[in-house]
Write a protein of this length. Sequence first.
Length: 158
Amino acid sequence: MFIVKYIKDVFGALKSLFVGLRRTGYYFTHHKEIITEQYPDNRDTLVLSERFKGEVVMPHDEKNEHRCTGCTACELACPNGTIKVVTKFDITPEGKKKKAIDKLVYHLELCTMCNLCVVACPSDAIVMAPTFEHSVFDRSKLTKVLNNPGSKIMDGVE
């Protein structure tokens, strides 16, 4: 009984091999059907999936304003400490202290692209961008400050 099962497995493996070889031979003889995209030659026409997650970015408007309130929800949601929110206290025109972000530090080398920080953000201040070329020679270039210098929170965002 063992020998019969063994022989069936061998013939099943050979059948699978020949099916794969037949498919390879077909594509070898029919050059008109291009399956593989040649990266980086196709950068201009490259279309990424809508669900692709490349890195976390903080959008700013034309007045250099962002939506981040400094609530640290993204920092708490991150499973491995990729995001660090550095806060400061600004004084409002009424003379009250108000918490604001000084900088939002993002460590791309630690990020698992899990999207938990984006989901946790109550003000939609951060999003996942479709960038994927992150190769650098200096690892320190993978640590980014997401808010622009001199940026401030948008009016009406609390």
